[in-house]
Write a protein that binds this ligand. Structure first.
Ligand code: HEM
Length: 139
């Protein structure tokens, strides 16, 4: 069957990146709409990451247990799973402290977003390595 994971992964990559960019805009412009956009992009990114997790797990299950690429896929999968944890904490903080980007915890909140975005790029890059380097899902 054709892998379904590649259809879904663009959503978390785009929404999490947009969320960080809107956060930066809010920190410099103080326009409330940017903070709201950052929050909702994070929510949509999280839904996309859940979709990526489910479809990635389905595609992973098609790889033979003895396949030497199992380790590379697992590393990518752990990175993908860490996104659910990182952004789960971030969304939890925002829900508990809706004005967090105005208070003393704002650098903690912003740093977690930067960490999350770094992990989004690492996960995406590892995914590209799987397909274009190791031909997972192709051969
Ligand atoms: C938000 C989290 C994730 C992102 C952003 C992501 C991203 C990617 C990307 C960019 C590719 C290359 C697709 C292509 O160019 O065709 C890929 C491939 C792959 N990923 Fe992920 N991934 C995520 C989570 C996961 C998880 C949790 C698993 C497994 C449990 C997984 C398993 C795979 C597999 C098996 C492939 C190669 C075959 C295929 O495309 O389905 N991914 N991923």
């Amino acid at each position: 069957m054709y892998p379904i994971h590649p259809f879904v992964i663009h959503f978390p990559i785009a929404f999490f990146t947009a969320s960080t960019l809107f956060m930066i805009l809010y920190l410099s412009e103080k326009e409330v709409a940017f903070e709201k956009a950052a929050y909702y992009c994070m929510i949509f990114g999280y839904i996309g990451a859940l979709g990526a997790f489910i479809t990635g797990s389905i595609d992973f299950s098609h790889l033979a247990e003895t396949d030497p690429r199992q380790g590379a896929v697992s590393t990518h999968a752990y990175c993908g799973a860490s996104l659910l944890l990182i952004y789960g904490v971030e969304i939890g903080l925002r829900r508990k402290y809706p004005k967090i980007l105005d208070g003393s915890r704002r650098w903690l909140y912003f740093s977690i977003a930067i960490l999350g975005n770094g992990m989004v790029f690492v996960t995406g890059w590892l995914g590209g390595q799987l397909v274009y380097g190791l031909k997972v899902g192709i051969e």
